[in-house]
Structure formats: structure tokens, C-alpha cells
Design a protein around this ligand. Structure first.
Ligand SMILES: O=C(O)C(=O)C[C@]1(C(=O)O)C=C[C@@H](O)C=C1
Length: 274
């Protein structure tokens, strides 16, 4: 049996995605109240794995997940694409015209910037969409609404005041399944690695990217994060569309290492579209 953590309380998108992805497996669930807490639970061996959001098609990368992955030196076992539809949800009896404040987790707020601006709503941040919905319910406040899923509205007895409030109707969040151990699975299609340049010099990133291009390895994702040592000094997370067990990946890593850069593979995995 696997012990799997995700962002709670009941009704988050993380919960919906995790229940669907692990459906039919023998799983014990652990709900935690923030994304950093979920990743920390894996690092402390309190759970075997977790499922966390890493990127959204409207709002972009979720840095608290990326930074937690790096902080705790965790591995990626799988990635999972999940369709997200966001709604403005308020207390029973409240109307759209009553709402002056909107509450949710930052990535969800960032997916709805246009709607929030149009209605000149004040922002309040919560640790999850479900926590925002729960606190709106608990307060009974008619002027504050949450941004969350249709199922969380139903779960907490709230009403949908406006549906589909995200900036674009097509909206997907990519989740990753994270553990402490490297993935032994042979069905690997993508590889995530952290590349830390030996030093800063003009063209350092292009020297790395050229290696993948020369070996015809497509990149599916790239993110730069500060090393924290000095302003302007970065390390790069690069995801390739090639499995870690492919010869061309082995070759790419060896060449990049001969440049003196550090290459750390976070995992090799396949994408599931839920
Ligand atoms: O708050 C939730 O419901 C979550 O599962 C987190 C989260 C996120 O942080 O991206 C997950 C999917 C959606 O993009 C909105 C919120």
C-alpha cells in the first residue's frame, strides 16, 4: 500500500486529480494544508509520494512546487494533465453585485486576472481553492466569494455566482507525482533535469541548449530559478521529450558535464492525460 499526500482540505483540484490518477490502487491518503507541507512530508518519509501542481496553461509555473522539489531534493515519477474549470462561489443568498472581495490560492487567482479586474475585486490569498471556499462558508459573509471548482461549491453548500471565470476557456494544470526514489519504470518518455552552470559567462544557457538541439532532443519545459547565492545567478530546470534510458539522453548529459556544468536528473516518466 502507498501513502500519498496532497493539498487539502476535501474539494481541491489536487484531490480530484490524485483520486483519479491513483484510482484502483491500494492507497492511504494524507491531506495537508499547503503545497510546501505536502512536499516536506515526502522528504521526511511521512508519506511515500505526493501529487502537486507544477504548471498551469494560463498562469504558468508554480514556483512553490519547483522550489520545494529542489529544496528537498525530490524525484518526479509521473506527470498528469488535468482540466481545470474555475468558478466564483459565494454564500447562499449572495448575488454577484454583493461581491467586493475574492479569495483563493495564488495560481487560481492568476488564472482569473481578467474577471477580477473587470469587477474590481479585492484579493485575499488562501492555501487552496477548497480552503478559500470553506472559509467563505464559515464566515457567512455575503460580500466575499471564493474561486474554486464546481464540486467544492457543492461540497460546502455554496452557490456558483459566475461560472468559467478563468481568462481562457481551455485551462489545464499539470501535476507531478513526487517521491524520494528514482523511477525504475521503463516506459519513460520525458526526463526532467536540473543543470547548474559551473560559472556565469555569455552564452552559457545557449551552450547547454545547443547540445539538445544537436542531438534532436526536443525540450518540453524550461524554468530558471535563482541559485540564491548572487543576484543574476541561475540554475535551469529542463524537461526533454526523451526518456532517461535513451542513448541520446546519456550522450547529452555527458557532453554537458564535460563543459563543467552539474547535471542532476530528477526523474524520467510518461505523461497521463486525465
Ligand atoms: O487549490 C487547489 O484546489 C489546488 O489543488 C491547487 C491548484 C494550484 O495551485 O494550481 C491546482 C490546480 C488549479 O490550477 C488551481 C489550484
Amino acid at each position: 500500500m502507498n501513502k500519498v499526500a496532497y493539498l487539502g482540505p476535501n474539494g481541491t483540484f489536487s484531490e480530484e486529480a490524485a483520486l483519479k490518477f491513483f484510482e484502483g490502487t491500494d492507497t492511504e491518503w494524507v491531506m495537508l494544508s499547503s503545497i510546501p507541507d505536502v512536499l516536506e512530508a515526502v522528504s521526511r518519509d511521512e508519506v511515500d509520494k505526493c501529487m502537486v501542481p507544477i504548471e498551469n496553461s494560463i498562469a504558468g509555473n508554480i514556483h512553490m512546487t519547483i522550489d520545494g522539489l529542489l529544496l528537498y531534493n525530490l524525484r518526479i515519477e509521473a506527470d498528469v494533465v488535468f482540466k481545470v474549470s474555475l468558478h466564483l462561489i459565494g454564500n447562499p443568498g449572495s448575488a454577484m453585485s454583493d461581491i467586493h472581495t475574492v479569495r483563493s490560492i495564488m495560481p487560481a487567482i492568476n488564472q482569473c486576472r481578467r474577471f477580477i479586474k473587470e469587477h474590481a475585486l479585492k484579493l485575499e490569498y488562501a492555501d487552496s481553492t477548497a480552503h478559500a471556499a470553506f472559509s467563505v462558508k464559515e464566515s457567512g459573509d455575503a460580500g466575499t466569494a471564493a474561486i474554486g471548482s464546481a464540486s467544492v461549491a457543492e461540497k460546502y453548500g455554496l452557490q456558483i455566482l459566475e461560472s468559467g471565470v478563468q481568462d481562457h476557456s481551455a485551462n489545464h494544470t499539470r501535476f507531478i507525482v513526487v517521491s524520494k526514489k528514482p523511477n525504475e519504470d521503463t516506459g519513460q518518455k520525458k526526463t526532467m533535469m536540473l543543470i547548474t552552470p559551473s560559472e556565469e559567462y555569455p552564452g552559457v544557457l545557449s551552450s547547454i541548449l545547443n547540445v539538445f538541439s544537436a542531438l534532436a532532443i526536443n525540450l518540453s519545459w524550461i524554468e530558471s530559478r535563482p541559485t540564491g547565492r548572487k543576484l543574476g545567478e541561475y540554475r535551469f530546470l529542463i524537461e526533454t521529450e526523451a526518456g532517461g534510458n535513451e542513448q541520446r539522453m546519456d550522450k547529452a548529459i555527458k557532453i554537458i558535464e564535460t563543459f563543467g556544468h552539474d547535471v542532476h536528473v530528477l526523474g524520467s516518466y510518461a505523461t497521463t492525460i486525465l
